[in-house]
Ligand binder design. Structure first.
Ligand code: PEP
Length: 253
């Protein structure tokens, strides 16, 4: 059985005070109300990593992740944050290749392969995002594109390294738009990704890889999406910014 994960991507939102309140409300609600063993990750802006991590203490269910890291390990890269820095702060996860990074910061598959490598080298688990824009889905090119994204940035890894990667399938047309992929669309694409992993690494390895769905997941649709056999939880943007909504999403896992 694969571990269910619900990761909240806070993006560039919240003041420090608001962030502390959100984290503490979700922590309380999860402790009081959430059964099951889904793992929760708060993917917070860089400046909040340590404060939120310290607030969580030794919470066994909830951990913290970054939203990006540099492909470089150190040096003259003003404004960047490296994987060794994250590791030194005890941060276990880092989102890589979010569609907003691909779109607004020009990150491509080759660069993301380097980021994946540097994250793994320093003991971080990448949450690697892939997903197609609307025009690609409309032209029926979504499966080919997502397979290519996975291939370009992950297929150079050996099986042991791959097992440390969490994949998040996030159709770009569903991110922040209120349009969710149907459970069938999500399941179909997750099965395509898993089959593609199996073609390279074998079925046994592919069956261990956690694949999250992201794209307008909310309290009303989480349970149906997370019940699909190949959907192992979610990467959640908007709904992760409200404690009640996020808790309800977690309950769906
Ligand atoms: C995301 O940004 O990863 C995301 C899935 O956002 P939203 O849930 O708001 O669509």
């Amino acid at each position: 059985m694969r571990q269910k994960i619900v990761a909240g991507n806070w993006k560039m939102n919240k003041t420090l005070e608001e962030a502390n309140i959100l984290a503490s409300e979700v922590t309380g609600m999860v402790a009081d109300e959430v059964k099951g063993d889904a793992k929760v990750i708060f993917c917070v802006p860089f400046p909040y990593l340590l404060p939120i991590k310290n607030q969580l203490g030794n919470n066994a269910r909830i951990s913290v992740g970054a939203q990006n890291c540099s492909e470089h390990e150190s040096g003259a890269y003003t404004g960047e944050v490296s994987a060794p820095m994250l590791k030194s702060m005890g941060i276990p996860y880092v989102i890589l290749g979010h569609s907003e990074r691909r779109q607004y910061f020009g990150e491509d598959g080759k660069l993301l392969a380097k980021k994946v490598d540097v994250a793994l080298k320093h003991g971080l688990s990448p949450i690697f995002c892939c997903g197609e824009p609307l025009e690609v889905r409309e032209a029926n090119g979504h499966e080919a594109l997502v397979k290519k994204q996975v291939e370009e940035s992950l297929f150079h890894l050996d099986a042991d390294a791959l097992k440390k990667v969490v994949i998040a399938y996030e159709p770009v047309w569903a991110i922040g738009t209120g349009k969710t992929a149907s459970a069938q669309q999500a399941q179909d694409m997750h099965a395509v990704i898993r089959k593609h992993l199996a073609s390279k690494y074998g079925q046994a390895v592919a069956d261990t890889i956690i694949i999250l769905y992201g794209g307008s997941v909310n309290a009303a649709n989480a349970k149906e999406l997370f019940s699909c056999p190949d959907v192992d939880g979610g990467l959640v943007g908007g709904a992760s910014l409200k404690s009640r909504d996020f808790t309800e999403v977690i309950k769906g896992a």
